[in-house]
Design a protein around this ligand. Structure first.
Ligand SMILES: NC(=O)c1ccc[n+]([C@@H]2O[C@H](COP(=O)([O-])OP(=O)(O)OC[C@H]3O[C@@H](n4cnc5c(N)ncnc54)[C@H](O)[C@@H]3O)[C@@H](O)[C@H]2O)c1
Length: 259
């Protein structure tokens, strides 16, 4: 864990904080002094994440949780407003929540395609929209989570890849739209990171008959995955004043396999 303290007196929201990259990001910001709201749909894992973040910070009471879907407009509106008003401000929004499902595109249902876009893209936009009024006051910033899937063919994951391409475009657009009003908007685009999402793919998540040779360009030749902490440290750097000149950027972190 870092000895940096870049988020002392900073107030931040992390979505998708129950597991994986979101959990590691929550702990990282807590360890650097942030006051946090952790958002997720996974009740038990979210409580565990909050406990871990409090231990990482060595302080109790600086991590609030809310169990809500990022697609629930009323719940997100009230959770973000309530938190920002209790804390007197909001400095940072980190959008990590997301879902992945693999299917032969010829068999994909429109219902499932839309569900994935609704969570990964529309939910990310909703959180940005609800945080922006507070970020405009604090001259704060947003870090979204895209994916290398936005840039390189990701077979059997058309909805996921399209949603992450949308997150990248949303990031460029919001970063530019608010550039003169002091709010930065960036994203991280991870490659293969060892989390429950990738574990689920390894445990039978690919559709029957999937041609795994199509994945040769999507993994490192040594088979090494990144860790959630690797991504959390990049997110923390982007969200901190260390990177105050970075804006409207999507930062690829994939261990070099697309180098
Ligand atoms: N693991 C990877 O290799 C990888 C690569 C590129 C991008 N990503 C992205 O990183 C982000 C985090 O994924 P992860 O790998 O840590 O997986 P993960 O499954 O561990 O984490 C995703 C989190 O999002 C939460 N979530 C899902 N739907 C939600 C909703 N509607 N509202 C609120 N929370 C919701 C889940 O409960 C979970 O806690 C995702 O956006 C994912 O697409 C992951």
């Amino acid at each position: 864990m870092s000895s940096a303290a870049r988020f002392v007196d900073k107030v931040a929201i992390v979505t998708g904080a129950a597991t994986g990259i979101g959990r590691a990001t929550l702990a990282r910001l807590a360890s650097e002094g942030a006051t946090l709201l952790a958002v997720d749909v996974n009740v038990d894992a979210l409580a565990e994440s909050a406990d871990q973040a409090r231990s990482a910070a060595g302080q109790a009471g600086r991590v609030e949780t809310v169990v809500a879907s990022i697609t629930d407009e009323a719940a997100i509106k009230s959770a973000f407003a309530g938190f920002a008003e209790r804390q007197g401000k909001l400095d940072v929004l980190i959008n990590v929540a997301g879902v992945l499902r693999a299917v032969h595109s010829v068999e994909e249902t429109l219902e499932d395609f839309v569900r994935i876009l609704q969570i990964n893209l529309v939910g990310t936009f909703l959180c940005c929209r609800e945080a922006l009024p507070y970020l405009l006051e604090s001259k704060g910033n947003i870090v979204n989570t895209a994916s290398t899937s936005a840039y390189f063919g990701h077979p059997y994951m058309a909805a996921y890849a399209a949603s992450k391409g949308g997150v990248a475009a949303l990031t460029h657009t919001l970063g530019w739209e608010y550039i003169k009003r002091g709010v930065r908007v960036n994203a991280v685009a991870p490659g293969g990171i060892a989390t429950p999402m990738t574990d689920a793919m390894g445990a039978g998540g690919f559709p029957e008959g999937a041609d795994m040779s199509l994945f040769a360009h999507l993994s490192r030749p040594d088979g090494i995955y990144g860790s959630p902490e690797n991504i959390a440290s990049i997110i923390a750097m982007i969200a901190s004043e260390d990177d105050a000149y970075m804006n409207a950027e999507v930062v690829r972190v994939d261990g070099g396999y697309h180098g």
